[in-house]
Design a protein around this ligand. Structure first.
Ligand SMILES: *Cc1c(COP(=O)(O)O)cnc(C)c1O
Length: 357
């Protein structure tokens, strides 16, 4: 049976990424050696890193004055690297969910943190909009897509101070005006590559401003100056990222992906709103294009396990909701074909037919 992969992360990747990476692991560029057993400083790997960096810049339309670096440690290490490198006295954070919270917690180790707003009061089912960013903050940190709760900041915010964004789960899903941001980071395992590589897009001029000493490996400048080769980079995930970006470019780039993502999300949210037994969990205007959260209406609560089994039997994978929301979550990242979304919608329709009172 065909599997429809709605996992939240690690998650679906383009089939080409998987096939081409598997080939390179067996025989890299016809060298007779595996991608896993060659020097990261070899000419062949350098060209992989260069192409990945170039595609990043091209597809995100990154202006000059920015560097793209690839690191280890996941987005979670960025929660600490960001304040280590940028927080001199005070930072502002927008609390929109679990990941935003974790980022904020780390910043408190380095200085004063102002939480400008939080949607915790409503289990993070919306994006706060009325708040003031202190103009004396060193930076303002946001999480553009809240993977767990299914909300998303759909526009590039105006900020009077350096804007820092965790884009782990919506990078390359919509066009972004990078010039509005000082730093963008994310783990690769949602929309780009297998876990193991973290991307950072940083405006060079914001670095080197704090007075504290920064350990070499945690200093962004180390990795900028050494072109992500200060130490051995995660070569296999970087290779996979290159294949995903080649695939994205071939399929029309970020604009075209955005169009497909909107179509997929509209199809699924449309069914959630139409269907008499399901309902969405988030404020409509803040609904994520990547992670679609929904639950059973109160009068159908007892059918939750039944629907999960019904959908699983039809090849749906990874739709069980996160424990902090319950119900269901369908992650429909860039690589998710619309046919899979249609298959889930059909499941919901058929389950309604046999269940609706
Ligand atoms: C998954 C995720 C993280 C955590 O990423 P790691 O690479 O596992 O540290 C952080 N932020 C967001 C928005 C995420 O979706």
């Amino acid at each position: 049976m065909k599997k429809h992969n709605f996992n939240a992360g690690p998650s679906i990747l383009p089939q080409e990424t998987i096939t081409e990476t598997a080939k390179a692991i067996l025989d890299f560029n016809g060298s007779g050696l595996s991608l896993m057993e060659i020097s990261h400083r070899s000419k062949d790997f350098q060209s992989v890193l260069d192409e990945t960096t170039d595609l990043f810049k091209e597809l995100l339309n990154i202006p000059s004055g920015y560097s793209v670096i690839f690191l280890g440690g996941g987005a979670s290490l960025q929660f600490c690297m960001v304040p280590f490198n940028l927080l001199e006295k005070k930072a502002a954070y927008l609390n929109t969910g679990t990941w935003a919270n974790k980022a904020e917690k780390e910043a408190k180790l380095f200085g004063e943190v102002v939480e400008v707003a939080s949607s915790k009061d409503a289990n993070y089912n919306y994006i706060p909009k009325d708040y003031k960013i202190p103009s004396d903050a060193d930076y303002f940190h946001i999480t553009t897509n809240n993977t767990i709760f299914g909300t998303e900041i759909h526009t590039d915010l105006e900020s009077p101070v350096t804007l820092v964004a965790d884009m782990s789960s919506d990078i390359f899903s919509r066009p972004v005006d990078v010039s509005k941001y000082g730093l963008i980071y994310g783990g690769a395992q949602k929309n780009l590559a297998p876990a193991g590589v973290t991307f950072v897009v940083v405006k060079d001029e914001i670095l080197g401003k704090v007075t504290r000493k920064i350990p070499t490996m945690l200093d962004y400048r180390t990795h900028v100056e050494n072109g992500s080769m200060f130490n051995t980079p995660p070569v296999v995930p970087i290779y996979a990222a290159m294949e995903t970006l080649r695939w994205l470019k071939k399929n029309g780039g970020v604009e075209a992906a955005y169009k497909r993502n909107k179509e997929k999300a509209e199809m699924l949210y449309g069914e959630i709103d139409r269907n008499s037994i399901f309902k969405g969990t988030c404020q409509v205007e803040d609904r994520s294009l990547m992670n679609v959260c929904f639950v059973m209406k109160d009068e159908y609560k007892e059918y939750e396990a039944d629907f999960l089994k019904f959908a699983t039997d039809r090849g749906m994978v990874g739709i069980k909701g996160h424990r902090s929301v319950g119900g269901f979550r369908a992650s429909i990242y860039n690589a998710m074909p619309i046919e899979s979304v249609q298959a889930l919608v059909n499941c919901m329709k058929d389950f309604e037919k046999q269940t609706a009172k």
